[in-house]
Design a protein. Structure first.
Length: 75
């Protein structure tokens, strides 16, 4: 039972973070009047990570964020 609750919380947490990331990316595109391109996704991820002011993302994590955006925004 405890495992199911833990898994459910983990999935909701990931879903929330992904929704927040996508919303922030949409806002970034609208504010800067940019098109959805791979280079803009890379710029967004770099800016997003720098804005956190925490060094919790390594290169693998940066690529994972870009990959997550690519799932929802294909050219």
């Amino acid at each position: 039972m405890g495992n199911k609750i833990s898994e459910s919380r983990k999935k909701r947490s990931i879903g929330f973070r992904l929704n927040y990331l996508i919303s922030a990316y949409q806002k970034f595109l609208m504010e800067k009047n940019l098109l959805n391109t791979e280079i803009n996704r890379m710029i967004f991820v770099e800016n997003y990570i720098n804005s956190l002011k925490l060094n919790i993302y390594d290169e693998f994590s940066k690529h994972q964020l870009i990959k997550d955006l690519n799932i929802f925004y294909r050219e």
